[in-house]
Write a protein that binds this ligand. Structure first.
Ligand code: NAD
Length: 281
């Protein structure tokens, strides 16, 4: 293994202590509301982690649980109540929602000023326009980890595998925006000869949700490889990158777990702070 390991846990801890310091100076405790519908164990674990993080940095965690049988109207009604609650600075509805619930409609019901996941069309629109707004947590976590390790993006070729609205697309916008200035290709399941595309990348981001799909043939020697994938196996969490083999030729690489995952959680706190500061100004 020759690649430098980009330690998401350490960078996330740095982000958390910055947020905690800022919160301590506010004179109030920002409120992060979490909405959990149903009993998916992974969603419960994610929300537990987010609530604990919020409390650790001095925020107030306001938690609501609804049964999997909750109607669209009940979930939307709860979101509306949280929108008008002055103690709530951020509203996070844990996705995916169970059954036939329409997640897009629920996310669109969140007040964009409290949209700490950065997934409301208004905030995604601001991102597209290059204007200030709440950014999706995973893509901004990826930028933050690159920044922390002083990995340049300016003029670099970046290839992202995956075009979801949660990760791939917004990350493409962030990396190609003024300031980051990368030249971006967003590859996806219909991309022809993926290895030919990805092996041009100075920065390769895997966000497809396919275990070990990025192998050495996909990677330019010396490239930075960011593994967003989180796949559950009997052996625990694994990413989209064949870590051991790729680490031999990459210049830098994020592990799974301990890479992008902790950054996503940390950026949620950063967004909640931003939301509180701008709404209560
Ligand atoms: P998604 O299923 O919405 O999107 C997957 C994308 O990958 C699609 O655009 C699809 O076209 C592309 N894709 C799938 N198979 C492919 C293939 N063989 N070749 C090329 N492209 C392919 O998933 P998502 O929500 O964007 O999540 C992607 C992965 O990232 C998942 O493993 C998810 O668990 C993980 N994730 C991690 C974090 C984190 O904090 N680390 C956050 C969100 C998502």
């Amino acid at each position: 293994m020759s690649a430098r390991v980009l330690d998401g846990k350490a960078v996330a801890a740095a982000v958390k202590s910055e947020v905690a310091e800022a919160v301590a100076g506010l004179g109030y405790s920002p409120g992060l509301a979490t909405v959990l519908v149903g009993d998916d164990p992974a969603s419960h674990a994610y929300v537990r982690g987010k609530r604990r993080d919020a409390e650790q940095v001095g925020m107030t965690s306001i938690h609501h649980e609804l049964p999997a049988t909750a109607s669209q109207g009940e979930v939307a009604g709860l979101v509306a109540d949280l929108n008008s609650d002055d103690d709530v600075d951020g509203v996070l509805v844990q996705l995916p929602l169970p059954g036939d619930l329409d997640s897009e409609a629920i996310v669109e019901g969140i007040d964009p000023r409290k949209d700490v996941d950065g997934l409301h069309p208004f905030n995604l629109g601001l991102l597209t326009l290059g204007r200030q707004g709440l950014r999706p947590c995973t893509p901004s976590g990826v930028l933050r980890i690159l920044d922390h390790y002083e990995i340049p993006t300016n003029g670099q070729t970046a290839v992202i595998v995956g075009r979801s609205f949660l990760v791939g697309r917004p990350l493409g916008l962030l990396l190609s925006a003024k300031g980051a200035d990368a030249t971006v290709t967003v590859a996806h399941s219909r991309t022809n000869d993926l290895a030919a595309v990805t092996s041009k990348a100075d920065i390769l981001v895997a966000a497809a949700g396919v275990i070990g799909m990025i192998t050495p043939e996909h990677v330019k020697p010396g490239a930075t490889v960011i593994d967003v994938g989180i796949n559950r196996t009997d052996q625990g969490l694994v990413g989209d990158v064949d870590y051991e083999a790729v680490a031999d030729i990459a210049g830098a690489i994020t592990p799974v777990p301990g890479g992008v995952g902790p950054m996503t959680r940390a950026m949620l706190l950063s967004n909640t702070l931003t939301a509180a500061e701008s709404r209560r100004r």
